[in-house]
Design a protein around this ligand. Sequence first.
Ligand code: RI2
Length: 324
Amino acid sequence: MEIHSYDFALQNHINMLTVNQTFRKIRNMEIRGALDIAIVSANSLLGVVDSDARDTKNLVAKLNFSGKRLKSARPTAVSLPNAVDYILSLANKNRNLEINEFRKKVSSGIKKFIEEQNNAIERIAEIGSRLIENGDIILTHCNSDTVTMMLKHAWDNGKRIKVVCTETRPRYQGYITVRELSKHGIPTTLIIDSAVHYAMRELKVDKVLVGADAVSVSGDLINKVGTSQIALCAKELDIDFIVATESIKFSPRSIIGAVIEIEERNPREVVGSKKFRGVTILNPGFDVTDARYIDMIVTEYGVMPPQAVYSVLKEKFGWELVEK
Ligand code: RI2
């Protein structure tokens, strides 16, 4: 069965976004999802590689400046700094090349990087869909392209699944998920976030499947706020908790003790223009699910336990730890 290529709506409008446009669209979440923001950022650096510059040194300086700006757009999804740092390490490695040679080399490196990410999500859909059984009832949270692609692939392979999806307050990304899956023909149920435990029991959920914004060296998952309490419910009810993530979301800097920052978002997302005198509003975008609640992580390299994250990080991100 052919996998739908990763041709999300994004592809239509990313082509020639400048670094500043990309920064703004990521910051206001017009472009969102951990993988998408990495791909779009990489793509905007392609534009910098082609821009006017006095010499290679000047171009490398422009890339470093742009990379820093992109990385500051949102703080939690590690795929963003990983993508940018990879490209900057490529630029720094080739800084002694004549400018046209440099452009050729770095552009082709960036294009290859983007292609690898597209291949990774397709590979995860293929591998992960084998974990899904005919008749499964699967609960998901928020909107992950990696998860929806896997579910659609399972469906296309004849697995008659049903999906339960949370609204995902306060920004309701769950609406994107239910629309996309039901358009694909998959029976989909929308629940409020606080109905997770009830729905797991009443609807007899078989598996929980979520995406990732970051995964630390200890195998802990950073994903949309609410994920950790879903994992607790799954543990209590003995339901498999599965994470679908490209390895670009693994955090190399967590090996050297860096803590992944949890984005604190505008209180207006929670209360709108209502006023609550003397009340503090806490609006974290993400939370941390301890590795002990995770049964499996599906990556482009295959299915692994959270304990295997360390080996993948050591293998894959040597450049990152040397560069910093
Ligand atoms: P994909 C999203 O964050 C969600 O937390 C989702 O699970 C994660 O990114 C991964 O998404 P946000 O950008 O890369 O909505 O699988 O804050 O699309």
